[in-house]
Design a protein around this ligand. Structure first.
Ligand code: ATP
Ligand code: MN
Length: 471
C-alpha cells in the first residue's frame, strides 16, 4: 500500500486519527516548549505543520532526533491529525515520534557542503544553477504541478473531441519546414573526420544520409490527419535557436493538432476553445498554486485568466494589425511596415495596449510564412494564424494548409527547395486531398502564460539553451 500524501492528509477531517507523514523538512522553529516542523512532500503547495510538545514528555530518542533535524532533511513523523489553532491551515499533526531518514547538513561538514536551500528566498538565477534541487522550492513545486495538470488537460481536451494521439518521429532526415536551425544527429566520428580533413561521407552515416532532430511533427501529423481525420501530437521538439530570449528553448514540448475538412475559421475556433479549456482546468484544479503565483510572481494573474476565459479573442488580419501598429510607430525599436515579421514588441503592444487580451492575427504575407500554408486569392497573403497573448506574444502558430498540388509545388520551388524531397508530403495532395488545418502550441509558453513566470527556463525541469545543458 502506498502511504498517504500530504494533499490527502489535508483533505481529511482532523479527528485525532493516527497518521504518518513522510517528506522533506522546510523549516524547524522552537517556541518555549514547542518544536514546529513544516514538512512538504510536493504533493501540494501546503506543508503539514507537525507540532512536538516537549512538556508532554517526548521520549529521549525523539527529543534527540528532533535536535538533529535541519532544513532539507527527509523525515517520517508519526502523530495525530488534529484541528489546527493556527490561521490558514485546517489541520496539523500533534506529533509523537520522528525518524530521520536522511540528513541535510546545515553547515559544511568537510565531506558534504551545506544544504544549499536554507534561506527563505533564492533568486531564480541561483536556482537555475542547482536544477537538481530547485524542485524542492515553493516556486518550482508549483510550476511543476501546474505543468502536470496542463499536460493531462491537453490530452483530455483532444480525447473528448475525437482527436487521436499520434507520436511523430523525433529523428528525421528531411529539413522539414525550416522552422528553425536543426540539430544534426550523427554516428560519424567527428574527431576522426577533422583529422582526416575530408568532407563527411553521409552514405556511411547511421541513416545513410544526414539526420536531424525534429523541429515540428506537423508534416507527419498531416499524413495521419489524412487518414484518421483528427489527430494531435504532443512531444519534444528541438531548435538550435541562438537567440537568448526568455521565450525560446533549444528543447521544448509542442502540441500540434491537425484536422481534416477544416478551414482557418475552424482552426481559430479550436485554438480559442483549447486555450480557454486549459485555463479553466488550471483555475479549477490548481487554485493553491495559482494563488502563490498571483501573490509572489505576477500580481493579478488570476483575474487576468478569469477575464480571458470569458472574453472573445480579438481576431484581426495582419494587414489591419500593421496599419494599427503604424499609428504608434514612435513606440517601437523596429518600426512596423507591411511585410515585416511582427516583432515581440509589436505582439506585446497589440495584446497589451490595443486589445487588452489575446489576439489572433491572420493572413500574413506569404514571404514571412512557411511554404505549406494555403495561399489566398490576393496572391500576397496566406491563411496563417498566430495567437498572441499579453506579456508573452506568440503562443500558437498555425494555418490552413495548401491542399492544391500545383500551388504547393510552386511554393516549394519558390522557397528554394526541391519538390522531390517532399514527394510523400505531396502524395497527400495527389491522393484524396482535403482542406485541412492545424497549429502548434508551445507547451512551455502556455505554462509561462498561466503561471506568470518571466523566463521560459523556469517552467521546464531541465532547460536546454545555447551554451547550457548541464542540468
Ligand atoms: P517565435 O516567432 O516565437 O520564435 P515561431 O514562429 O518560430 O515562434 P512556430 O514555428 O509557429 O513558432 O511554432 C509553434 C509554437 O511553438 C510557437 O507559437 C511557440 O509557442 C512555440 N515555440 C517556437 N519556438 C520555440 C522555442 N524555441 N522555445 C519554446 N517554444 C517555442
Ligand atoms: Mn522561432
Amino acid at each position: 500500500m502506498l502511504y498517504p500524501l500530504i494533499r490527502e492528509l489535508l483533505s481529511l477531517e482532523p479527528l485525532s486519527q493516527s497518521v504518518t507523514v513522510r517528506g522533506w523538512v522546510r523549516t524547524k522553529r522552537e517556541l518555549k516548549n514547542l518544536t514546529f516542523i513544516e514538512v512538504n512532500d510536493g504533493s501540494c503547495f501546503s506543508a503539514l505543520q507537525c507540532t512536538f510538545d516537549r512538556e508532554k514528555g517526548l521520549g529521549a530518542e525523539t527529543a534527540g532526533t528532533l535536535d538533529s533535524i535541519t532544513t532539507g532533511a527527509s523525515v517520517e513523523i508519526q502523530g495525530l491529525l488534529v484541528p489546527s489553532p493556527a490561521a490558514g491551515q485546517k489541520a496539523e499533526l500533534a506529533a509523537g515520534g520522528i525518524v530521520l531518514v536522511g540528513g541535510a547538513p546545515a553547515e559544511d561538514t568537510g565531506s558534504t557542503a551545506a544544504y544549499p536551500l536554507q534561506k527563505k528566498r533564492h533568486s531564480l538565477e541561483f536556482l537555475r544553477e542547482i536544477g537538481h534541487l530547485r524542485a524542492r522550492t515553493n516556486t518550482f513545486g508549483a510550476v511543476m504541478r501546474v505543468r502536470n495538470r496542463l499536460a493531462f488537460a491537453i490530452h483530455q481536451f483532444f480525447q473528448d473531441r475525437g482527436f487521436v494521439y499520434v507520436n511523430t518521429p523525433i529523428i528525421t532526415t528531411s529539413d522539414a519546414e525550416g522552422a528553425g536551425a536543426m540539430f544534426q544527429v550523427t554516428t560519424l566520428d567527428l574527431g576522426e573526420l577533422a583529422k582526416s580533413g575530408r568532407a563527411p561521407d553521409y552514405s556511411k552515416d547511421f541513416f545513410g544520409k544526414p539526420g536531424f532532430l525534429t523541429v515540428s511533427g506537423q508534416l507527419e501529423g498531416e499524413t495521419y490527419a489524412a487518414a484518421l481525420s483528427r489527430v494531435y501530437t504532443f512531444g519534444p521538439t528541438f531548435r538550435a535557436e541562438n537567440s537568448n530570449t526568455a521565450r525560446h528553448l533549444a528543447e521544448f514540448w509542442m502540441v500540434e493538432p491537425e484536422m481534416a475538412f477544416a478551414n482557418l475559421a475552424d482552426n481559430m475556433d479550436l485554438a480559442e476553445d483549447f486555450l480557454k479549456f486549459l485555463f479553466a482546468r488550471v483555475r479549477a484544479e490548481c487554485d493553491e498554486d495559482l494563488r502563490f503565483f498571483d501573490a509572489h510572481i505576477e500580481k493579478g494573474i488570476i483575474a487576468a485568466l478569469d477575464q480571458v476565459i470569458h472574453a472573445k479573442f480579438t481576431r484581426v488580419s495582419y494587414t489591419d494589425a500593421v496599419a494599427e501598429l503604424e499609428k504608434h510607430k514612435d513606440k517601437f525599436e523596429f518600426p512596423p511596415y507591411w511585410g515585416c515579421d511582427l516583432q515581440s514588441e509589436h505582439e506585446k503592444f497589440l495584446t497589451g495596449e490595443i486589445a487588452c487580451g489575446p489576439v489572433i492575427v491572420t493572413d500574413y504575407p506569404k514571404e514571412i510564412k512557411a511554404f505549406y500554408m494555403k495561399q489566398n486569392d490576393d496572391g500576397k497573403t496566406v491563411r496563417a494564424m498566430d495567437v498572441l497573448v499579453p506579456r508573452l506574444g506568440e503562443i500558437i502558430g498555425g494555418s490552413q494548409r495548401e491542399e492544391n498540388l500545383e500551388r504547393l509545388e510552386q511554393r516549394i520551388t519558390e522557397s528554394g527547395m526541391k519538390t522531390e524531397d517532399y514527394w510523400w508530403y505531396l502524395d497527400l495532395r495527389r491522393y484524396g486531398t482535403v482542406p485541412h488545418s492545424g497549429f502548434g502550441l508551445g507547451f512551455e509558453r502556455l505554462i509561462q502564460y498561466v503561471t506568470g513566470m518571466a523566463n521560459i527556463r523556469d517552467v521546464i525541469p531541465y532547460p536546454r539553451s545555447a551554451g547550457q545543458a548541464d542540468f
